[in-house]
Design a protein around this ligand. Structure first.
Ligand SMILES: C[S@@+](CC[C@H](N)C(=O)[O-])C[C@H]1O[C@@H](n2cnc3c(N)ncnc32)[C@H](O)[C@@H]1O
Length: 192
């Protein structure tokens, strides 16, 4: 399913410009913040926390957040997609490091099982973009999302090696078109 940006903002509100890092556009940050405010999460999980700037943006949007789990690769690890090699952060989660409630899981997400993660109200999937990793992270997200929570994926696009689109399209074909792309962005969301 696709929702026009204007329709999305009419439904969820436009929070205006948001500070953040280089991985999301301003419109994408607005969408993420609007969804964050909508669910008022207590617990957030971010696959691919990188330098933590998006985590800081999400945290600023929701004073309700008590616990934020960021997942990323240890320095020197090689992502499945060579094109993501330059993304492995020098200091994972730096922008929120030391903040009470922030927990960093420094491991390849494919090694995680549901019991390693808390139940969460907002789960942002933006780690490894290869199909196998997105599929695995998505399965973890469905296992740990709370009722009323939201799962958000980044990088739904037509770049062949990026598996987000295939994963989302398969979900929509088999589970009733419930993942929604915000037009003009690479963000998809679903209320499970
Ligand atoms: C596009 S960046 C994330 C950007 C971040 N979410 C933001 O909005 O600023 C992708 C991140 O995923 C991490 N990553 C790639 N493959 C991973 C994997 N298999 N497990 C955990 N993290 C992974 C990379 O190290 C990188 O930090």
């Amino acid at each position: 399913m696709i929702i026009q940006r204007e329709q999305f903002m009419a439904m969820f509100g436009d929070p205006g410009p948001q500070a953040g890092g280089c991985y999301l556009t301003d419109v994408e940050r607005r969408v993420l913040v609007a969804l964050t405010r909508h669910v008022a999460p207590k617990t957030v999980i971010e696959f691919g926390v990188q330098d933590g700037k998006t985590a800081a943006c999400i945290w600023a949007a929701a004073p309700t957040i008590k616990s934020y789990v960021g997942i990323d690769l240890p320095q020197g690890a090689a992502p499945a997609l060579a094109s993501q090699g330059t993304e492995v952060p020098a200091v994972p989660g730096e922008a929120v490091a030391g903040r009470k409630g922030f927990k960093l899981l420094l491991q390849e997400s494919g090694t995680l099982v549901p019991a390693d993660l808390p139940l969460a109200d907002l789960i942002f999937i933006d780690g490894g973009h290869d199909y196998a990793t997105v599929k695995h992270d998505t399965a973890l997200a469905f296992a740990r999302i709370r009722p009323g929570g939201v799962i958000v994926w980044h990088d739904y696009n037509a770049i062949p090696e990026i598996g987000v689109r295939q994963c989302i399209d398969e979900l929509n074909q088999t589970q009733g078109d419930r993942c929604t792309l915000v037009q003009g962005t690479w963000l998809v969301f679903r209320f499970p």
